[in-house]
Write a protein that binds this ligand. Structure first.
Ligand code: NAD
Length: 428
């Protein structure tokens, strides 16, 4: 039977319901955690470069802030929907809880395609987004960050607009800012490195040496590139990456069985993580269909592109050789595909654990911004490694002790922590 059309929020709720049953959560806890606390939908009018006006739709969803101020990125995407933002806000709540940082879960978005917008138009969207939401975010209640197709530059425009409105300096209002403008060293690397810190621990547990492993990666953006960098430094070999091709409106896989070379590929990649097909071919890469990354004979799969990529339709293509899936992206695996992966005994490092390095480093940035004192890069990355490693070990211990799938074990820890905070506050 085909999976019904993908809705990220329904998927997030399905995952939550499963864990609520495992935990035998009382009805009030289910009610408070199953839906966002509050959400904002608004218009952002922009005077375009050609003089016409265009109105963009923006969102901010605050899922739960019982453990601390909301935290979560802002995505610019033409297919952005409120349900995707709701799901991502919910996953942020679990993500902050699993790494045990004192933050809640939020997410934002704008329906737009930066490929077709000038930098000036993007700046006006950023400033317009802040004007609509300034009174409902801030260093002590909800702190945005970059995400898909938003960057340090976008964050700086947003911080600047917030400071104009608020009449003061508030570097703690937003994270992912440029270094030297309140940003933290190590933030750019944090998510991709964090994926590999958890992968390294999984390999250790399975008594496998990284240098004896081969991986296939979906995506070639921020998360994928830094995951590849650290994984290859540990001795692993990546034979495939894939990316979206804006011109052809489809995705492609780039394979080099001898191992992809990160720096040579970065030179022919645009800032959206799109690789130039012709130049890759000249460098000797095989250009394969977009889905080919999933069916390679590798030990490790790292989906690090977008949600809804490992589905009932392609999960059976995963090679018998695959031992670990480390989810760099948010929500790359649908519940139906997840059941197959669990049954096959593949070791899953679930998204909100594997990719929590970004928010952990954002938390470090917030701490540094609020203190106006900035740490050396090795201090940031050392603290990140410690946080990711202890979170991984806690989840893995829980999985072994309670005989749970890794995703369920991570959920049990997070949902318990958030429900406990709600109870302590007297909300339920
Ligand atoms: P990015 O925009 O830098 O890169 C995305 C990459 O995915 C690009 O290479 C793009 O071409 C590729 N891609 C897009 N659609 C594709 C498709 N259909 N098939 C194959 N490739 C496709 O984004 P990013 O920051 O690397 O984020 C990737 C994922 O990780 C997202 O799910 C994001 O929500 C998640 N994430 C990012 C961070 C972060 O700090 N950047 C933190 C946590 C989670």
């Amino acid at each position: 039977m085909a999976e019904k059309s993908f809705n990220a929020f329904e998927m997030a709720q399905t995952q939550f319901d499963k864990v609520a049953d495992i935990l035998e959560l009382e009805q009030a806890s289910r009610d408070i955690l199953r839906n966002p606390m509050r959400e904002y939908h608004f218009n952002i009018p922009v005077r375009m470069d050609d003089g016409t006006y265009k109105v963009f739709r923006g969102f901010r969803v605050q899922h739960n802030d019982a453990r601390g101020p909301g935290k979560g990125g802002i995505r610019f995407h033409p297919q952005e929907t409120i349900d995707t933002v709701r799901a991502l806000a919910m996953w942020m709540t679990w993500k902050c809880a699993v790494v045990d940082i004192p933050l809640g879960g939020s997410k934002g978005g704008v329906i737009c395609d930066p490929h077709n917008l000038s930098m000036r138009e993007q700046e006006l969207i950023c400033r317009g987004w802040i004007r609509q939401i300034a009174r409902d975010i801030g260093p002590v209640n909800d702190v945005p960050a970059p995400d898909v197709m938003t960057s340090a530059q976008h964050m700086l425009w947003m911080m600047d607009e917030y400071e104009v409105i608020s009449g003061g300096k508030y570097p703690g209002v937003i994270t992912g800012k440029p270094v030297g403008q309140g940003g933290s060293l190590g933030r750019t690397e944090a998510t991709g490195y964090g994926v590999v810190f958890t992968l390294r621990e999984a390999l250790k547990e399975m008594d496998i040496k990284p240098e004896d492993t081969i991986a296939s990666v979906q995506g070639f953006g921020n998360v994928a590139q830094y995951a590849i960098e650290l994984y290859t430094q540990l001795g692993g070999k990546v034979i495939c990456v894939s990316c979206w091709d804006q011109g052809d409106q489809t995705s492609y896989t780039f394979r080099n069985k001898g191992g992809v070379k990160l720096t040579e590929l970065q030179k022919i990649t645009d800032h959206f993580g799109g690789i130039d097909k012709k130049k890759a071919k000249d460098l000797g890469y095989e250009i394969l269909p977009g889905d080919a990354w999933i069916e390679q004979d590798v030990d490790i799969l790292i989906p690090a592109a977008i949600e809804n990529q490992i589905t009932q339709d392609n999960v059976e293509k995963i090679s018998k050789k695959v031992r670990i899936i480390a989810e760099g992206a948010n929500g790359p695996t649908t519940p139906a595909a997840d059941k197959v992966i669990e049954k096959r005994g593949i070791f899953m490092i679930p998204d909100f654990l594997a990719n929590a390095g970004g928010v952990t480093c954002s938390y470090f940035e917030q701490v540094q911004s609020n203190m106006n004192h900035y740490w050396e890069k090795d201090v940031v990355l050392g603290n990140l490694d410690a946080k990711m490693t202890s979170a991984f070990i806690a989840v893995s211990d829980m999985a072994k002790k309670e005989k749970l799938y890794m995703r369920d074990a991570a959920y049990v820890i997070s949902v318990n922590r958030v429900a406990h905070a709600c109870r302590l506050r007297g909300w339920i």
